[in-house]
Design a protein around this ligand. Structure first.
Ligand code: NAD
Length: 422
């Protein structure tokens, strides 16, 4: 299955993910048996989801839950509801989760889920029935000690609450630790809604520290204005950087003097999208990617920076808020042009880190304060950034390769120590 990306290039995220693994396996001299094991997903479940429609009749949807590798702990990864969801996309996202959890050294393996659907075409009740049936269908794979889903594209706290309730009804007792990203009143964690955006902001802080720059001198353009892009834009402008452009699926807005992020968020919440937000000039998503700025942040979907537009990127850094926004061909072009890509498996790991905190709090029924969460997040993200930065310097490689060397290396070590059963 292929997927359309910016510039018309065609890509398959699973092929991209395997190419990235192959490159790092060669560079760290991974044993062929470990490489063979890590090149495949441990389990891929395809489910069909019948949904009763409000107006009568039943519509069928397809859903997936994939566990790429569980050698370091239970599966962890979000659930996405989007028309372009395919098994290959979920497999790729699941593999990236394995590396991401290892880069920030969380005791998790990688998993991911998805439903192929445009949620805007369903009523709230239809969406609830779809999520609940999907949860029941994947019930054989998930559980607090097995695989713990989380939010992703088009899934929010309410969806996580339905997942928690459906799983709990099926097992016969309340099981908050089965899913993260829940509302606070159901065992959710302080700081989880903005955690991915906060993690990205911490990465920028570290980058500026390491390059001797001040936030006031830095301009930022953000593609995607949802959970990740929205929270990041707000936090990065609070840090003092100038957000000169933001966009969502409806298009974007550019203002060289800086966007008032809070006002843009208010407008998007009221109108359902950014389209029509006026203090600034309208830009398309393609144009946003090619704006001159210091830090470009793709925070929407994969396959946005490709061989078709990589030569036109004018930023000094690409900070990957989304998973897999840059194709390997584009990576090469950016590297040749000395544009530094801060890879997804490091950059957007703040979300899974606070999801881990939520899971630990649920298991212990002992909840932490907001400041404590943010402090622990800052510690983990800073340590991960430092180890990737040091590896990049030591190995004279890209930041992506450095992050992969660390993440994939840790997973390979776990596989080596556990061996093959039986
Ligand atoms: P979301 O649904 O909250 O927001 C997605 C945003 O992208 C929306 O503003 C939407 O309008 C926009 N968008 C969709 N299609 C687009 C297109 N073709 N062009 C431009 N914009 C488009 O989703 P999210 O949770 O913010 O996830 C965004 C990305 O971040 C995904 O790649 C996801 O896997 C990744 N991610 C999310 C989390 C998390 O905690 N939610 C954690 C790590 C990584």
């Amino acid at each position: 299955m292929t997927k359309k990306s910016t510039g018309g290039a065609v890509m398959n995220p699973w092929v991209v993910a395997k190419q990235q693994l192959s490159a790092v396996a060669e560079s760290i001299g991974m044993e062929p048996w470990i490489y063979n094991k890590l090149s495949e997903c441990k389990r891929s479940l395809i489910v069909s989801i019948p949904v009763k429609l409000d107006g009568g009749g039943v519509k069928m949807f397809e859903g997936f839950r994939v566990q790429h590798n569980l050698d370091r702990g239970p599966g962890k990864g979000g659930i996405r509801i989007h028309p372009s969801v395919t098994l290959d996309e979920v497999k790729a996202l699941s593999m990236w989760m394995t590396w991401k959890c290892a880069v920030v050294n969380l005791p998790y393996g990688g998993a991911k889920g998805g439903i192929t659907c445009e949620p805007a075409e369903l009523s709230k009740y239809e969406l609830e029935r779809m999520v609940r049936r999907y949860t029941s269908e994947i019930g054989m794979l998930i559980g607090p000690e097995k695989d713990i889903p989380a939010p992703d594209v088009n899934t929010n706290q309410q969806v996580m609450a339905w997942i928690m309730d459906t799983y709990s009804m099926n097992v016969g007792f309340s099981s908050p630790a089965v899913v993260t990203g829940k509302p606070m009143s159901l065992g959710g964690s302080q700081g989880r809604p903005e955690a991915t955006g906060r993690g990205l902001m911490i990465v920028v802080k570290k980058l500026l520290e390491n390059t001797g720059r001040k936030p006031q001198d830095v301009t930022v353009a953000v593609q995607g204005f949802g959970n990740v892009g929205g929270a990041f834009s707000k936090l990065i402008s609070e840090l003092g950087c100038r957000v000169i452009a933001v966009s969502d699926v409806s298009g974007g807005v550019y203002n060289s003097k800086g966007i008032d992020v809070a006002a843009a968020q208010k407008y998007a919440a009221k109108n359902g999208a950014l389209k029509g937000y006026t203090p600034g000039d309208a830009v398309s998503n393609e144009e946003l990617l090619e704006l001159k700025c210091d830090i470009l942040v793709p925070a929407a979907l994969e396959g946005q920076i490709t061989s078709a537009n990589a030569a036109k990127i004018k930023s000094s850094y690409v900070l990957e808020g989304a998973n897999g926004p840059t194709t390997p061909e584009a990576d090469k072009i950016l590297e040749d042009r000395n544009i530094v890509v801060i890879p997804d498996i490091l950059a957007n790991a703040g979300g899974v880190t606070v999801s881990y905190f939520e899971w630990v709090q649920d298991l212990q029924s002992n909840f932490w304060k907001y400041e404590q969460i943010n402090r622990k997040l800052e510690d983990i993200m800073s340590e991960a950034f430092d180890s990737v930065w040091d590896m990049m310097k030591k190995s004279k490689c890209s930041m992506r390769m450095a992050a992969y060397k660390i993440g994939v290396g840790r997973v390979a070590e776990a596989v080596r120590l556990r061996g093959i059963y039986p």
